[in-house]
Design a protein around this ligand. Sequence first.
Ligand code: FES
Length: 337
Amino acid sequence: MSYSITLEPNGLQFECSESETLIEAGQRVDIRFPVSCRNGVCHICRAELIQGRIETRTGELVSPNDTNEIYVCHVKPHTDVTIYMDGVLGPGELPMNTFSCQIKQVSEMQAHVYKVVLEQPAGKLKEFYAGQYLALLLPEREDETYFSIASAPNQREIELHIQADPHLEKALEVVQFLQTSASVQVKLPFGKACLSSVPSEPVLLLAAGTGFAQMKSLIEYLLGNGFDKELSLYWTARKESDLYALDYVKDLEDRYENVHIQTIVADDDQVQSQSTQHHSLLADAVLEGHGDLSRFKVFVAGSPRMVYSAMDALEDAGLEHENFYSDVLEYVSRDQI
Ligand code: FES
């Protein structure tokens, strides 16, 4: 007999037979629990029984009327069960880590954009997926400052691109801190616009300004893992000089047959980031070479207006909604733009 197990607060669900423990069944479907001893001693797997009846290691049948406290490494279900447990990770979810990194490099690349290279502590590397972002925690600031990760996962060095124009006070403060400090606290990973594995579909990347950083992480991950489908980057900026890594992308295009780069420069302040005209230039550039987008995955980094404008145009050309990825969708709704 098999029962449905629901985990709160994240709403994960899985099936568990009456002959296996909750942990055995959860791990079968790639759910990760906090566990250590697995025999009821360490209590790290403590959870709260909210609903249902379970069998303890001693064979006792227990419901929430008897006790709320259970240890999931050795209980088995006798009904459908709901439990509350912190620290559980669903399939593909990565643990959040806060740690100190050495600051190895802070250098201006071009047009007030700084390349920052951080080095993780020796030992096990902190996990993130290509396309995710991190937070820098500055000692003087209570809030976190978020930046896309510009390098691929599984390397000790983490690269960031920080735009610090004279009017961007917060970014300037971050750059000044990084230029004058030996280490910085980092928290990661954040963001769902990422790749946890190499896709079977071709990939289009659309970026404005330093949105390129997220695309660089995706490109390096994909090429580093043998991706051989079309990989096209559309990179837009106000001026050619704002395309701060042109040599890098041109070199990629020369070296990889499946990589295509198109830059779009709107050399006019009136046609800069908030304008519909500028956004349609980007979408037009994509659509020019791609009549039907139904088999593509698309990642977009830019202003909310640019992201929603691209989403509408590309979905009109057949792109599946679930294949459109942008961090903007998580924090700005369409009616806020
Ligand atoms: S893992 Fe130690 S008590 Fe469950």
